[in-house]
Design a protein. Structure first.
Lengths: 220, 226
């Protein structure tokens, strides 16, 4: 537990020190939403609520892949060996997972804010939607962290990362799009319990798989 | 010769299921009509694919536990055969859908799920292609194999059951169990499933053997050269 705390602290200090990375991501998100605004809003009412949810989730998906890809791909070889001698792989994967989860959550919430600001807000039941965002960020973080570890060992890692992650996260994405549609239509929260529970179950499955499998890729 | 009985019976079962599937009596239903015979060829492909991927994942786990290259060879061979069976399953399904739904690709949840499941294994082969070191390739692809299988379970077993689908057997469409003559259809269907799984295992074992022989040949050439 102590080690995880230390590693988390290290991730945050590194992140704050390299301000350009984080502001780069923020700008990436902003530019994307602004392009949507410019291309769609010139023609009125082109964005229906369903198009809104599709755009939202695609944006979140790609910015999450870009964000998490750097969690292992950017690391230097010597650094890895140094960590290997200090801490167990389990605490590394857990700390990366928590950190990536928080990062994804911040990204998704910022994205939501930008979408509401520049486009409009079709979501009627906001709390369920925010709960979905939290669960989806967790799912993205859990699956993408391990894949980033795999991709960092391969040649042309960035392409491999996208190719590997797309089919894996799609089941999470499909569920969250479905819940989003219900939230947009203003259906009661109770209609979503099944989907939310399934999402939670998938998250637990993926987290457990990442936790168990990570030591094997770390050892190489 | 003793070990060959299952290969012979696989061939016999498949011959029986092809002939029986095309010739035996089938129940008559609106729209579906004679295309119901696709069941004998389309559905066993999916059973075969899931079985092959299961074995592939089992060997991936074994590889991670023991680090023996033979498990990696098994894993890749079974994944290859599973992928081929999956492609055949999609193609046979598309031929059927063209006549009953009116178009080969209908955006059915099960169709999409199957397509994504195949994408997972295409990604698996791309991953293998982009790692140079042999041991590292085996380890990384084993990890991805297990992970992908875990992520695929909700995709093909849970989500399609939660959404309405035009597939027979879900969303109020007549399925296998509702037919009057279902026991007659089972007489052909189950042999076909067993036959295809056995045939897949056979092909995979041949792939393993050719792989091992190529490795041996390469070793011999290296020795001659040095």
């Amino acid at each position: 537990m102590e080690k995880i705390k230390e590693l988390l602290k290290k991730e945050f200090t590194l992140e704050l020190r390299r301000k350009s990375v984080f502001s780069g991501l923020a700008l990436y998100l902003f530019s994307t939403v602004f392009i949507y605004y410019l291309t769609f809003n010139l023609r009125q009412n082109l964005i229906s609520p369903l198009v809104w949810s599709a755009l939202f989730w695609v944006t979140i998906l790609f910015s999450s892949i870009n964000t998490i890809a750097k969690s292992f791909i950017g690391e230097k070889r010597g650094q890895e060996l140094y960590f290997y001698s200090l801490v167990s792989p389990e605490s590394i994967v857990l700390s990366k997972l928590i950190y990536n989860f928080l990062l994804c959550l911040v990204l998704a919430m910022t994205g939501l804010g930008l979408f509401v600001l520049f486009l409009f807000n079709p979501v009627e039941i906001l709390w369920t939607f925010i709960l979905t965002i939290v669960l989806t960020s967790w799912g993205f973080a859990a699956s993408l962290t391990l894949l980033s570890g795999i991709a960092s060992k391969a040649n042309n890692s960035h392409i491999v990362m996208t190719v590997l992650s797309f089919p894996i996260v799609i089941s999470i994405l499909l569920l969250s799009i479905k819940i989003t549609k219900n939230c947009i239509d203003g259906l009661e929260a109770s209609t979503n319990y099944d989907e939310l529970l399934t999402l939670l179950a998938i998250n637990c499955l993926v987290t457990a798989a990442s936790y168990l499998l990570f030591p094997y890729i770390w050892r190489t | 010769m003793k070990k060959q009985w299952w290969k012979i019976s696989a061939a016999l079962l498949l011959i029986y299921s092809v002939m029986g599937g095309l010739l035996l009596d089938v129940p008559r239903l609106n729209i579906v009509n004679e295309t119901i015979r696709a069941l004998y060829f389309h559905v066993p492909m999916w059973f075969g694919m899931v079985a092959m991927f299961l074995v592939s994942t089992y060997h991936a786990i074994q590889y991670l536990r023991t680090s023996q290259p033979i498990h990696d060879t098994h894993s890749i061979s079974f994944a290859t055969v599973g992928l081929i069976l999956g492609l055949l399953g999609i193609v046979t399904g598309m031929i059927w859908a063209n006549y009953t739904w009116g178009s080969p690709w209908h955006g059915d949840p099960k169709q999409n799920g199957a397509a994504i499941a195949l994408l997972v294994y295409f990604a698996y082969f791309i991953l293998r292609g982009s790692v140079a070191n042999q041991e590292q390739r085996a380890r990384l692809s084993a990890v991805y194999n297990v992970f992908a299988f875990a992520a695929m379970i909700p995709l093909i077993f849970i989500i399609p059951r939660m959404t309405s689908s035009m597939h027979p057997g879900s969303g109020g469409n007549p399925g296998f169990n509702m037919y009057d003559l279902d026991s007659k259809m089972r007489m052909v269907f189950y042999p076909a499933v067993i036959g295809w799984i056995a045939m897949g295992t056979w092909i995979a074992s041949l792939l393993v053997r050719t792989h091992l022989l190529t490795e041996k040949l390469e070793d011999l050439e290296d020795e001659q050269n040095s």
